[in-house]
Design a protein around this ligand. Structure first.
Ligand code: PHB
Length: 395
């Protein structure tokens, strides 16, 4: 074989190998490439309010803080997963990884959607910022998950303790029958029984197409001192309407819960029937701090007067976490380095002081007791007690 032929063949082989490798391996991100954030949210369907709130907050953060971080241009890619189809969320995440070469996945309106996507984050080695889904165990499903919302076990204990100190001895619980509802039920039962309370009945309602009327009738017939409710945000208005129409309040039954049921997004529409409802939660749009006043003003101004709810904070603080991690880890950081930079990060949010637990990647934050009151003709969750620096109990 002559020499020229051998070296030509080697050159062709080398070129072929390089082409194959380039096609298969993700190219290391360079400072010249945009830093892409794939934001997957329910923007249609029954949980569209969650997506609308988070997208608005993410865009507000970028408008306030610019779109260049550590020399990288930040590009947002927003996708609608319609809220109730975990396989759709997972497929969108895979497409964002393979086709768009995103650096971070974010959003995740409901628990099943976050759980379905966790393996994609692990495989692609990209941080997955869970902004709203709130079942406690979600971050155990991937070392790339970091939470910026809250967990039900984190916020439920304080309302159980408050109830026992406020003449509430017998409680019916009513929760949506999936991850966060089961977390809320378990935590409420454990804490309330430990302080001497009695659970009269435990009701679970379906996630899809719920009709609360028969369940609320059952609760009324059990004649408890209070009804504890967890429903995912978006559902509170239907619960409040039925609670009112079935006359539970008139029968002397108090409504208590986590703040999902008096969600700020719907509270204005609930109006007077919601007055007196006591909940525990990590965010109220009425939170009295300069940071929150500035946040609520700018959010409402940018969104035709829409009041921000707790999900919006998951989005706003999620963007803060991504921006700060990119600054700290540098423009060429890998997914692992970004997650490392996020661990232990602390800041002042409009919700109050918060940090990322370095061991669990959960949020550590204040939990507030609040009561719905009318202020200038509008219903607000007015905070009256603060439990500082609450961790997810991890159970
Ligand atoms: C959830 O699916 O994890 C979820 C959704 C809405 C909430 C709370 C939890 O308000």
């Amino acid at each position: 074989m002559n020499q020229t032929f051998v070296s030509a063949r080697r050159r062709i082989l080398q070129r072929f190998t390089a082409t194959v490798l380039l096609g298969l391996l993700p190219l290391a991100a360079s400072a010249a490439d945009p830093f892409k954030i794939g934001l997957i949210l329910p923007l249609t369907g029954p949980f569209a309010s969650t997506g609308k709130q988070i997208e608005a907050a993410v865009r507000l953060y970028m408008a306030k803080n610019g779109d260049t971080v550590a020399g990288r241009k930040v590009e947002l890619i927003v996708k609608d997963d319609t809220g109730l189809a975990p396989e759709t969320t997972k497929r969108i995440a895979q497409e964002l990884v393979v086709q768009e070469k995103i650096s971070v996945l974010a959003g995740f309106g409901l628990t099943p959607l976050a759980l379905a996507t966790a393996p994609v984050a692990t495989e692609a080695k990209v941080p997955m910022i869970v902004m709203s889904a709130a079942t406690g165990m979600i971050p155990t499903r991937s070392p790339f998950i970091v939470r910026t919302g809250f967990t039900l076990p984190q916020v439920t204990g304080p309302i159980a303790e408050w109830a026992s100190k406020n003449k509430i001895k017998r409680v019916v619980t009513m929760v949506t029958d999936y991850g966060p509802g089961l977390d809320a039920e378990r935590t409420f039962h454990t804490v309330f029984k430990a302080v001497g309370g009695e659970i009269v009945e435990a009701i679970r309602t379906p996630l899809r197409n719920p009709d609360y009327a028969p369940f609320l009738q059952r609760a009324k017939d059990a004649k408890p001192d209070a009804l504890f409710v967890f429903v995912p945000s978006g559902e509170g208005l239907a619960v409040m309407k039925q609670f009112d129409e079935r006359g539970l309040k008139q029968a002397g039954i108090r409504l208590i819960g986590t703040g999902d049921v008096t969600d700020d997004d719907l509270l204005e529409s609930m109006g007077a029937p919601a007055v007196g409802v006591v909940t525990s939660f990590h965010y109220s749009a009425a939170h009295d701090s300069p940071e929150n006043k500035a946040y609520v003003d700018s959010f409402m101004k940018a969104n035709n007067g829409m009041r921000p709810n707790f999900h919006s904070l998951g989005g706003y603080d999620g963007m803060h976490l991504i921006y700060e991690a990119l600054k700290k880890a540098g423009p060429n950081a890998t997914g692992e380095q970004l997650v490392e930079a996020m661990k232990g990060m602390k800041w002042m949010s409009p919700r109050g002081p918060m940090s990322i637990d370095p061991a669990t990647r959960q949020t550590i934050q204040n939990v507030y007791l609040r009561e719905v009151k009318m202020v200038d003709g509008k219903a607000w969750n007015i905070e009256f007690e603060t439990i500082e620096n609450v961790k997810d109990p991890g159970n």
